[in-house]
Design a protein around this ligand. Sequence first.
Ligand SMILES: [Zn+2]
Ligand SMILES: [Zn+2]
Length: 169
Amino acid sequence: MRIQVGGLSEGIHEYEFEVSSQELDLGESFSGSVFVKASLDKSVHQIALQAAISSTGHFACDRCVREFDLPVKTSYRMFYVMEGGDEGAIDPTEMQVIPHGVSFIDLSDDVRQTVTIGIPLKLLCAPDCKGLCPECGKDRNTEHCSCSTAIDDSRWGGLERLRQNETSE
Ligand SMILES: [Zn+2]
Ligand SMILES: [Zn+2]
């Protein structure tokens, strides 16, 4: 995912990439294409990049373990400064230096990292997934069971434990 920046005129330049997730080494949760729309704003001393990424991951639901596809849409920005140039007040986490003699930038590592960070911590097949019954193990989205623990929302359970800890101190 390289962009030639040597000799690029000043101003806005748009690019679109489609790479396979294998090529990008995104791991086995991803199998299709990764789409990247990049916008470069080149000025005398630096290049500002804005990239929007869209891909689809394949995950197992945290509640019901069913496998599902999840669109992962994310974006990042990056400033590129020529080696020896003025880095100014740019946040170092959003800045890369282009070494002398190099005339391109490679987006692959940043795209891979951004997609990986963009995967939600809580992976649910649907926001209201009912999960598995803790007693009989049936998938409550598709089956009914007559177990006594009709609703066991673990979020409230956690809050309850928190309260008990507070009062016991
Ligand atoms: Zn689920
Ligand atoms: Zn049950």
